[in-house]
Design a protein around this ligand. Structure first.
Ligand SMILES: *Cc1c(COP(=O)(O)O)cnc(C)c1O
Length: 372
């Protein structure tokens, strides 16, 4: 699904130099590499504050902690996402409410969102799944109307841009109150270990987030609130400083792969290419097709047998997981999410795929679809 080694080889010298610099300085915790990365990412995103942290899950947790919510306050998100999005809500004792997704874009269905809002709702966590935006224009309007916070789960869409009706263009994650991202190695901007960040244009929230991520402390040994310890490692920051320079090129490489897939499958109605949100660029964290009238698991097995990795993101709706049984949801509550878990398949998507590999992958997919 990814080729991290191939990608590393191309920038090996720069990465190795950057790592050596950290080793030589021994500034392993919050060293200059972290400050540099913070500044570089602020500039790239066009956002006032970036607060690096240990991973994307922490970013989401700290974001929610910064809003002064009380137990029982409701947070709305989707059940068609990586578990981290819902996990942090539950962990903080907040009331998790789910809404269904759009069958085309896989993102939060804004019609369902309004229906899920109650007097106790305090925040919405849209996920920009697979690399393109949820319908942020509508989500922000709904949030304004009901006075809700918006925390964008941007773990899969760093670098993607959203164009509002009035022509304003913003990077995803900088539209709501707080954006959260992950630098997990396979993410679009991946470190060589764990990492994450929060971003915001709100000075007060930024200060609060920094404090929470640092044991609830602004001044050493003075703790104004209960916080956590969540830092981006200096070595990871040094790696990310190099990789951030290439992010736009990496995105272009992914879009090129997507273009190849689109073209290969355009005349095959059994393989439905991912629908695009017209207001968003797509950075293709995943290229996820929907199958029609063919056996999805059979296709996956066929590809795997032919040494092509293909994965199901996500195979089980979160509202039907054991951990979330207590929410009281049942089968049939989110029909789109449930259906998608049965028909989606993500194909290999990364920066190092060449034409020969793409030809082989698409031929095998079409071969299976043709036999059915
Ligand atoms: C990867 C991911 C996360 C969590 O990031 P980690 O760095 O692995 O903690 C959260 N949400 C989504 C949608 C993700 O894809």
């Amino acid at each position: 699904m990814v080729d991290l080694k191939g990608q590393y080889r191309k920038i090996k010298k720069e990465i190795d130099d950057s790592i050596t610099e950290v080793m030589e300085s021994s500034a392993f915790i919050n060293g200059p590499a972290v400050k540099k990365f913070q500044a570089n990412l602020e500039k790239y995103l066009g956002v006032k504050h970036v607060i690096p942290c240990a991973n994307g899950t922490d970013a989401l947790q700290i974001a929610l902690m910064s809003l002064n919510l009380k137990p029982g306050d409701e947070v709305i998100t989707v059940g068609f996402t990586f578990v981290a999005t819902v996990e942090v809500v539950a962990l903080l004792g907040l009331k998790l409410k789910l809404a269904d997704v759009n069958p085309g874009t896989f993102n939060l269905d804004t019609n369902r969102l309004e229906q899920a809002i109650t007097a106790h709702t305090k925040a919405i966590v849209p996920v920009h799944l697979f690399g393109q935006a949820a319908d942020m224009e509508k989500i922000m309007k709904i949030a304004d109307k009901h006075n809700l916070y918006v925390i964008e789960d941007n773990a899969q869409a760093i670098g993607a841009e959203y164009t509002f009706d009035d022509g304003t263009v913003k990077k995803l994650g900088t539209i709501g109150n707080i954006g959260c991202t992950s630098f997990f190695p396979s993410k679009n901007l991946g470190a060589y270990g764990d990492g994450g960040a929060l971003y915001t244009n709100d000075d007060k929230l930024a200060e609060k987030i920094r404090q929470i991520a640092n044991h609830g402390s602004k001044i050493k040994y003075f703790h104004d609130e209960t916080g956590v310890n969540s830092r981006l490692d200096s070595l990871q920051a040094a790696i990310l400083n190099v990789k951030l320079k290439y992010l736009d090129n990496y995105i272009k490489a992914r879009q090129k792969v997507a273009g190849y897939y689109d073209n290969a499958f355009k005349n095959c109605d059994k393989i439905q290419i991912p629908e695009r949100n017209k207001k968003s660029t797509h950075v293709f964290h995943q290229y996820t097709v929907k199958v029609k009238d063919i056996d999805r698991n059979g296709l996956k097995d066929y590809l795997n047998k032919n040494k092509i990795p293909a994965m199901i993101y996500y195979p089980h709706p979160l509202h039907l997981q054991k951990a979330y049984e207590y929410l009281g949801y049942k089968k049939g509550d989110f029909p789109v999410t449930e259906k998608l878990t049965e028909i989606v398949l993500s194909l290999p998507m990364h920066t190092e795929l060449d034409e020969e590999q793409l030809k082989y992958i698409t031929e095998k997919v079409l071969e299976y679809a043709g036999k059915q």
